[in-house]
Design a protein around this ligand. Structure first.
Ligand SMILES: Cc1cc2nc3c(=O)[nH]c(=O)nc-3n(C[C@H](O)[C@H](O)[C@H](O)COP(=O)(O)O)c2cc1C
Length: 311
């Protein structure tokens, strides 16, 4: 089984990936939060920093693109190939309103004919570019009945991997994953399958492996944000101790301080991190609240230092 870190826009940028890979090595892959096409340049500054090879040393990064225009997908992919990337991932899952109203992300799933044309154009372009295409998808817009048709389309192309998040757009991140549609995929596709969704514990992952042995890889997002050593545990390591968690937090904070200007922006990032990482401190609600309210880095540092010291 392979283990992938899911793309999480605003969270798993290169600073996070570097801290994670250094403290909890062993992930098979990280996926970049989605990149979007721009009019006059390939990448904006933030995106360029995120995919620069020198910012992504020591682990495998798969860049992800969000668009419904094949010419834009091919142009960005060619730019990524010039940086040395060999596989590109297509985002067919994003549920955000501004994205889906433009027919992108999970919005693209409402137009299967256009999706079919897009994949056909991208796959023939990729043959010339010697690139592999993988897809990360939801199972439909508002009904699981859409899934067989969508799967039939994916099956027609030589995708290197089909990553399935078995939720509808209508589910956003709520409700439980539609496991029957994942089961359907397992018996109706020759494509290598990756499962994504709600894997939080080693038991969750082992159950998935046992029930769906066709699964080649699992992609984990929020489970790793909450339990950054989850994959190390899958590989037999003992649960991370407080010193390891503190070291991870310290590397992340140093990374953000060195790359983001303005205390408020650094604090914003760290508060978002604690929204998940705070799970490791179940009896510390008062301190976690202080973190959420912190307006100064000096105050933030004091609160977190005492939190790590006092468990
Ligand atoms: C804050 C946030 C940002 C996300 N950004 C992306 C993204 O850039 N690309 C993408 O394909 N999925 C994105 N996702 C979806 C996750 O990659 C993943 O599919 C989802 O969280 C379900 O997996 P999990 O239960 O393991 O977290 C995002 C999800 C969240 C909560």
């Amino acid at each position: 089984m392979k283990y992938y870190f899911a793309p999480l826009e605003g969270i798993t940028g290169y600073i996070y990936r570097n801290a994670h890979a250094s403290c909890f090595p062993g992930m098979d892959r990280y996926y970049s939060p989605f990149l979007v096409p721009h009019q006059n340049r390939d990448f904006d500054t933030r995106e360029k920093n995120d995919i620069l090879p020198e910012h992504n040393q020591g682990y495998t990064l798969i860049p992800q693109i969000l668009t419904n225009r094949s010419e834009d997908f091919l142009r960005l992919s060619a730019a990524l190939a010039r940086y040395g990337y060999r596989e590109i991932n297509l985002n067919l899952g994003c549920p955000s309103g501004t994205v889906v109203t433009r027919g992108k992300g999970s919005g693209f799933l409402t137009n299967p004919d256009a999706l079919d044309r897009f994949l056909s154009e991208v796959c023939s372009g990729f043959e010339h570019l010697h690139l592999k295409l993988s897809v990360k998808t939801r199972i439909g817009w508002e009904s699981a009945e859409e899934w067989p048709r969508l799967l039939e389309i994916f099956n027609a192309y030589p995708l290197s991997e089909l990553i399935i998040h078995p939720r509808l757009r209508a589910d956003f991140y709520k409700n439980i994953p539609h496991m029957e549609t994942y089961e359907y995929a397992c018996s109706h596709t020759p494509l290598p399958l990756c499962f994504n969704g709600d894997l939080k514990t080693p038991e969750n992952i082992r159950d998935l492996e046992q029930w769906f042995p066709q699964t080649k890889a699992v992609m984990i997002g929020r489970g790793l944000l909450e339990t950054p050593d989850l994959v190390c545990r899958m590989r037999g390591a003992a649960p991370a101790g407080m010193a390891q968690l503190e070291n991870f937090h310290g590397q992340l904070l140093d990374g953000y301080c060195a790359s983001i200007s303005g205390e408020r922006n650094v604090l914003f990032k760290m508060k978002e991190f604690w929204a998940y990482f705070g799970k490791n401190f179940p009896r510390k609600e008062k301190e976690l609240k202080k973190i959420r309210k912190a307006q100064k880095l000096t105050v933030y540092r004091e609160i977190t230092a005492s939190l790590f010291a006092d468990v």
